[in-house]
Design a protein around this ligand. Structure first.
Ligand code: TA6
Length: 319
C-alpha cells in the first residue's frame, strides 16, 4: 500500500503532493521507454510517457488521459484550448472517467454531473514497460479515503482500479469492486473526446439500426438510420451496443472495441451550445467528437458485495 502518495482531496487543497517522490518510485528511463512526472497546470501532477510506438500524458486528477499520439500520428485525443486545470474541476477534453453515475444524478440535482471520479486525485499503483512498444500504468481510487462530502454522496466503500496500456493501440480497463455490505448500482462512461479533422465531414459507423435516447429532444427514443453525420447538436445514448464503432474523419479511421459496456454515447455540442459552455475554445466543437463507451440509461451495473465489474475499451487507428 503506497499511502504516502495518497492525495487527500478537499475543495481547494491537495495535501502531500510530491513530484520528486513520484519520480523516485515510478519513473522509467530506458533506451526505449521514458515515464516521468511533472507539475502540470494548476499544480496538478501529470505523467508523461513515451515508448517506441506512442507518447501520452495523464493527469493524476481523475487519472485523466490528456493525450495519446501513436508514432508519426497527430494526437487522437482532443483537449480544448480553453480547458481549465484546477483542483476539483473537470477538464474539457481528454478522457474523463464518469463514475459512479453518468450524466445528472437520478434524484439529487445538486450532485455533480457524471459523478466525482473525474475531479479527485487518483493514486498511482504501478508503472511498467512491458516491452519497448508497450507501457502499462495502473491507478487506484478507494472511495472510503475520499473527503466526507464525497462519502456522503457515495457511502458504499468501493475500489476503482484503472489500467492504461499505451502502445500503437490505447487500452483502458476500469474495474469497480464493491466492498460494502450492500448491493448498489453504478453508471459510468469513458467520456473520450476524439480529435477529428472536421466534425462536419466525420462519419460514425457501427450504430446503424440501433435505438437511441435523444437528449436534445427530451430523451425521445429514436432509431439510427445509416451512419451518423454531425451537422447540428448531437447528444445521444445508443442502447444495446456491444459492437465495434468506427470514427472516420476522412484522414484516419479510429476503431473502438469494448467489453462490459452495452451503451454508447455520441456527443457534439455544435456551435450554439458550445458558445454557451464557454470552455470549448474558438470553434473547438469542429475538431472534437465524443464517442463514449458507457453503462448509461437502463444499462447500469448492479454490484453485490465483493463483486467486480470491468469496463474495457481499445482504440486503434487504421488507414
Ligand atoms: O456525454 C454527453 C454529455 O452528458 C452531454 O450531455 C454534455 O453535457 C457532456 O456530457 C459534457 O458534460 P460536462 O459535465 O463535462 O459538461
Amino acid at each position: 500500500m503506497y499511502s504516502r502518495y495518497y492525495w487527500s482531496w478537499s475543495k481547494y487543497t491537495v495535501k502531500s503532493m510530491n513530484i520528486t517522490e513520484l519520480n523516485d518510485r515510478y519513473s522509467i528511463q530506458s533506451n526505449d521507454t521514458t515515464l516521468s512526472f511533472r507539475s502540470g497546470e494548476g499544480g496538478i501532477p501529470v505523467m508523461e510517457i513515451g515508448n517506441q510506438q506512442a507518447s501520452a500524458a495523464i493527469s493524476l486528477q481523475g487519472a485523466h488521459v490528456l493525450s495519446w499520439s501513436p508514432a508519426g500520428q497527430q494526437d487522437l485525443i482532443w483537449v480544448s484550448d480553453d480547458a481549465s486545470f484546477a483542483i476539483g474541476k473537470s477538464v474539457r477534453g481528454g478522457i474523463p472517467i464518469c463514475w459512479p453515475w453518468f450524466g445528472a444524478h437520478d434524484h439529487q440535482a445538486n450532485y455533480p454531473a457524471h459523478g466525482f471520479a473525474r475531479t479527485v486525485m487518483w493514486q498511482v499503483t504501478g508503472t511498467e514497460a512491458l516491452s519497448a512498444e508497450i507501457t502499462q500504468i495502473t491507478f487506484k481510487l478507494e472511495t472510503e479515503q475520499l473527503d466526507q462530502p464525497i462519502q456522503a454522496m457515495w457511502p458504499w466503500p468501493t475500489t476503482l482500479e484503472y489500467r492504461i496500456t499505451i502502445s500503437d493501440t490505447l487500452t483502458l480497463e476500469l474495474i469497480s469492486t464493491n466492498h460494502s455490505d450492500e448491493t448498489f448500482t453504478i453508471g459510468q462512461a469513458l467520456h473520450t473526446y476524439f480529435r477529428v479533422d472536421d466534425v462536419s465531414k466525420t462519419l460514425v459507423t457501427g450504430l446503424e439500426g440501433k435505438d437511441y435516447l435523444d437528449k436534445t429532444d427530451d430523451f425521445k427514443r429514436k432509431t439510427q438510420s445509416g451512419a451518423i453525420h454531425i451537422a447540428s447538436e448531437v447528444d445521444r445514448v445508443y442502447l444495446n451496443t456491444d459492437n465495434d464503432v468506427v470514427i472516420d474523419d476522412q484522414q484516419r479511421k479510429v476503431h473502438i472495441s469494448k467489453q462490459g459496456s452495452h451503451s454508447t454515447v455520441v456527443w457534439n455540442p455544435w456551435q450554439f451550445v458550445a458558445n454557451k459552455m464557454g470552455d470549448l475554445g474558438q470553434d473547438g466543437y469542429l475538431n472534437m467528437l465524443c464517442v463514449e463507451s458507457a453503462n448509461a440509461a437502463d444499462d447500469t451495473v448492479v454490484l453485490a458485495l465483493g463483486k467486480s465489474h470491468q469496463l474495457s475499451v481499445k482504440y486503434e487507428i487504421k488507414k
